[in-house]
Design a protein around this ligand. Structure first.
Ligand SMILES: NC(=O)C1=CN([C@@H]2O[C@H](COP(=O)(O)OP(=O)(O)OC[C@H]3O[C@@H](n4cnc5c(N)ncnc54)[C@H](OP(=O)(O)O)[C@@H]3O)[C@@H](O)[C@H]2O)C=CC1
Ligand SMILES: CC1=C(/C=C/C(C)=C/C=C/C(C)=C/C=O)C(C)(C)CCC1
Length: 286
């Protein structure tokens, strides 16, 4: 794509490493003002300097965002809305995989809390700004792993049973259901905001940090799997490609529309997950 982004504003969550860092770098290279929304501000400041040096774009800013704490998400959104007039691109990229059973500050199971509920709340808080800035886009980084996911409404917080690999898959299914439900609602209101979910490929990154087995598989097959820069391409495709608006709500892999599981196409589950998420986060259900 030759699309340039002067005057455009982007937020990338989890931009201090892996796919998010490469996504932020490319948006900065194209001239956008890019917010690195990260939980570790020190790490992110180093990355911001690196991106500034590599791209010549000084408009790379770090803001604290811990998706495992709704107070932090609300504080991030409040500051952002106060300081920025526009938001054109929101990349919901941050994620955790296969962590031992743990809960967020608000008592949500960590995968569901960070990967789905955290980004659900963030998007909700920034949605008016996205609408005011239309045409604007939201990209939700999901995974092929959603195929193994199920939304167990009776065990959303993993309290009855828990398996770390499956918990990741459930949260990545939630990312796709959220994308489709949000796209439906945005289309109905003619808002000019479009939304896409993405499988970035199998990418060498810190995502495998919680699993020795996955780290080993990643190491053995390192010559086969994607670099973070390659892994960022589908997010960038969805954020930048002209004329993609008609495909709002779709799932992409390798820069093409990709097939999703039957669960991920279930509108009833998507609508119920939306309502339950609003309920858990204290957002009025409409
Ligand atoms: N790598 C792969 O093969 C695949 C990745 N994906 C998806 O791609 C996305 C990016 O992952 P990838 O780059 O591979 O993984 P990394 O682990 O390299 O990066 C994940 C990022 O998310 C951040 N993060 C984690 N928890 C929080 C939190 N509570 N609040 C804010 N930020 C947080 C991390 O911050 P910190 O550095 O501070 O931990 C880090 O910046 C994820 O959504 C993942 O599910 C999907 C399919 C395959
Ligand atoms: C067996 C095998 C592989 C393993 C793939 C795996 C285990 C992918 C997991 C993906 C995940 C966890 C995505 C995250 O969302 C490789 C490396 C492709 C190489 C060929 C053989």
């Amino acid at each position: 794509s030759t699309v340039q982004l002067p005057g455009k504003v982007a937020v990338v969550t989890g931009a201090n490493t892996g796919i998010g860092k490469e996504t932020a770098k490319e948006l900065a290279r194209r001239g956008a003002r890019v917010y690195l929304a990260c939980r570790d501000v020190q790490k992110a400041e180093l990355v911001a300097r690196e991106i500034q040096m590599m791209t010549g774009n000084q408009q790379v800013l770090v803001r604290k965002l811990d998706l495992a704490d709704t107070k932090s998400i609300r504080a991030f959104a409040k500051c952002f809305l106060e300081e920025e007039k526009h938001l054109h691109i929101l990349i919901n990229n941050a994620g955790v995989m296969m962590c031992p059973y743990s809960k967020t500050a608000d008592g949500f199971e960590m995968h569901m809390g960070v990967n789905h509920l955290g980004h659900f709340l963030l998007t909700h808080l920034l949605l008016e700004k996205l609408k005011e800035s239309a045409p604007s886009r939201v990209v939700n980084v999901s995974s092929l792993a959603h195929h193994l996911g199920r939304i167990h409404f009776h065990n959303l917080q993993g309290e009855k049973f828990y398996q770390s690999g499956l918990a990741y898959c459930h949260s990545k299914l939630a990312n796709i259901l959220f994308t489709q439900e949000l796209a439906r609602r945005l289309k109905a209101s003619g808002s000019g905001v479009t939304v896409y979910s993405v499988h970035p490929g199998t990418v060498s990154s810190e995502l495998v940090r919680h699993s020795a087995l996955m780290r080993w598989i990643w190491w053995i097959f390192s010559f086969l799997i994607k670099t973070p820069q390659q892994g960022a391409q589908t997010s960038l495709y969805c954020a930048l490609t002209e004329g993609l608006e008609v495909l709002s709500g779709n799932h992409f892999s390798d820069c093409h529309v990709a097939w999703v599981s039957a669960q991920a196409r279930n509108e009833t589950v998507a609508r119920r997950l939306w309502d339950v998420s609003c309920d858990l986060l204290g957002i009025p259900v409409d």
